[in-house]
Write a protein that binds this ligand. Structure first.
Ligand code: HEM
Length: 503
């Protein structure tokens, strides 16, 4: 009896030591394993990246992952271990292998976390399922289809630039805000046959606010394992703010359900084709077509539309804003572009803009430096392993590559941080190979043709309608530094222009 009581006292006495000691021993043993025995131990990188994911999660949540990883590449070379099971790769041959459609490097579940319930091509991790989804897109995003949609795109950009022109008479104007309204209106009208009414109301649609919340939570969840357990607990608290936040997915899906059903009905009734072309008309018409091997059902189209609303809004507004910023910042570029635009007769259309050589150089250089998606695109080494450069990676290893680093490779791009459209007059093979503003081959951005139409029209219509605009004093190099949460945006979240003062 005495012995039992004595034992229990000893147990309790040692409990704190055991509670702290065991995890500590585990951490030390794990650190030794990761640093000296793991298959990635030979890949260079800081010791703290090798032993835990903490550093990567920290810089990601701080919005500076691309810079932090870029600095590691400058210090350690083309292969850097950025987490115990993840290597960042900047060697172009290896990057091409990782993203080749033949090599089956799948996406990690991280993407599904980031997408937070939006089950589109972007979030499909399995390679075969993803290929089938992309086949189902068919010609939806083709240049031919896009040129049919151009009048809708041009209509919104004209309204947007007109409103910027109007507001310039009253003081500085934040073009990022206007381009956000415009890009969301365009992509919503193309997907749902109905815009978000943002340009008209000159205010953010609540659904767009919900999408921002959804993605912010997804981004945080993707970096902090186990957060979903905490979220489930928090969601039980009956507080209005918590209810509002946890309700955002339902509101988004209810909205897309309603607008897509409405649109589907309109398409059914449109016997004389008076509705005009839209992005997903063909997919909607093919929903019940049993002869179509890769058709999508209503739910899948709904998810793709929601994904487009996310992927086609902030990307365009960010890159469009940086194009205008870069043009206004470089008077020589502006002058050449203005002269080129003066050669156009009549209404400005994208067909005419595609013929302008200098505009082509400007958009390409802007995509190199300011493409909205330059972040690490993680992938998983296929089962069986893969040799990349001097290293053999076992199946399941995470490998990522970031456009930010490839686009600033000093051995390839002279003065890589300078905005110099003329560098594209005679590009080398290496320059072309390093350009990945639309991502890697297997998952390349389907919206790139649409994006290019928007970017050309933004640059041309802005310069035409706002010839007196200059950068406002609030718009500095510092305010325009990126912050990076998967995509990038200006750190101060705005870009103000004002009217040139006439002396
Ligand atoms: C300047 C504008 C844009 C840029 C720089 C851009 C960039 C990118 C990049 C880098 C990726 C690859 C992401 C990855 O593999 O992790 C991507 C994927 C994607 N983008 Fe874009 N994008 C732009 C505009 C658009 C637009 C306008 C749409 C559609 C309306 C769109 C729809 C998508 C979709 C659906 C994916 C996922 C593709 C897949 O995984 O199969 N993007 N984009």
């Amino acid at each position: 009896m005495f012995d039992q009581i004595h034992m229990r006292t000893i147990d309790l006495k040692y409990l704190p030591i055991i509670a702290v000691g065991f995890p500590l021993v585990f951490l030390v043993l794990n650190a030794i394993y990761q640093l000296y025995f793991s298959s990635l131990s030979k890949v260079p990188g800081p010791w703290y990246c090798a032993i835990s994911r903490f550093w990567l999660a920290k810089v990601s949540l701080q919005g500076r992952r691309i810079f932090a990883v870029h600095e590691l590449h400058l210090k350690y070379g083309p292969y850097v271990r950025i987490a115990p099971n993840e290597v960042s790769v900047s060697d172009i041959d290896s990057v091409k292998q990782i993203h080749s459609s033949h090599n089956n490097f799948s996406k990690p579940l991280w993407y599904a976390d980031v997408a937070n319930g939006v089950k589109s091509a972007f979030a499909i991790v399995d390679c075969e399922a993803h290929k089938a989804r992309r086949k189902a897109y068919g010609t939806v995003y083709s240049n031919t289809n896009m040129s049919l949609l151009e009048p809708v795109i041009r209509k919104h950009i004209s309204v947007c630039v007109g409103k910027i022109k109007r507001d310039l008479n009253h003081g500085p104007v934040d073009i990022l805000r206007w381009f956000r309204f415009m890009a969301a209106d365009i992509v919503a009208e193309l997907c749902y046959g109905k815009d978000m009414d943002m340009l008209n109301k000159e205010a953010v649609n609540p659904i767009v606010e919900d999408l921002t919340i959804l993605l912010t939570i997804g981004g945080i969840r993707a970096e902090i394992p186990g957060l979903n357990v905490l979220e489930s607990l928090i969601s039980l608290i009956p507080h209005p703010t918590i209810k509002f936040i946890t309700g955002c997915s339902k509101r988004i899906f209810d909205y897309s359900d309603d607008v897509l059903s409405e649109f589907q009905e309109k398409i059914k009734e449109d016997r004389d084709n008076s509705l005009g072309p839209f992005l997903f008309t063909k997919l909607i018409n093919n929903m019940n077509n049993l002869n179509e091997k890769y058709r999508l059902n209503f739910d899948e189209i709904r998810h793709e539309s929601t994904a487009n609303l996310i992927a086609g809004s902030d990307t365009i507004s960010t890159t469009g804003t940086y194009i205008i910023w870069a043009i206004l910042k470089h008077p020589n570029v502006r002058k050449k572009l203005e002269d080129e635009l003066k050669t156009l007769a009549g209404e400005i259309t994208d067909a005419k803009l595609q013929q302008l050589p200098y505009l082509k150089l400007v958009t390409k250089e802007a995509l190199r430096l300011y493409g909205a998606g330059p972040g690490g695109m993680p992938r998983i080494v296929p089962p069986g392993g893969w040799r990349l450069g001097p290293y053999y990676f076992s199946g399941g290893t995470g490998v990522s590559s970031q456009g930010y680093t490839q686009h600033r490779e000093a051995a390839v791009f002279e003065d890589p941080y300078a905005f110099r459209p003329e560098r594209w007059l005679n590009p080398t093979k290496e320059m072309e190979a390093h350009m990945v503003p639309w991502g890697g081959a297997s998952r390349t951005c389907p919206g790139q043709n649409l994006a290019m139409i928007e970017l050309r029209l933004i640059a041309a219509l802005f310069l035409k309608e706002c010839p007196d605009s200059v950068l406002a004093e609030s718009c500095t190099d510092e305010s325009m530094e990126f912050i990076n949460y998967f995509n990038i945006k200006p750190s101060r979240n705005k870009c103000e222009v004002r009217k040139r003062i006439a002396w």
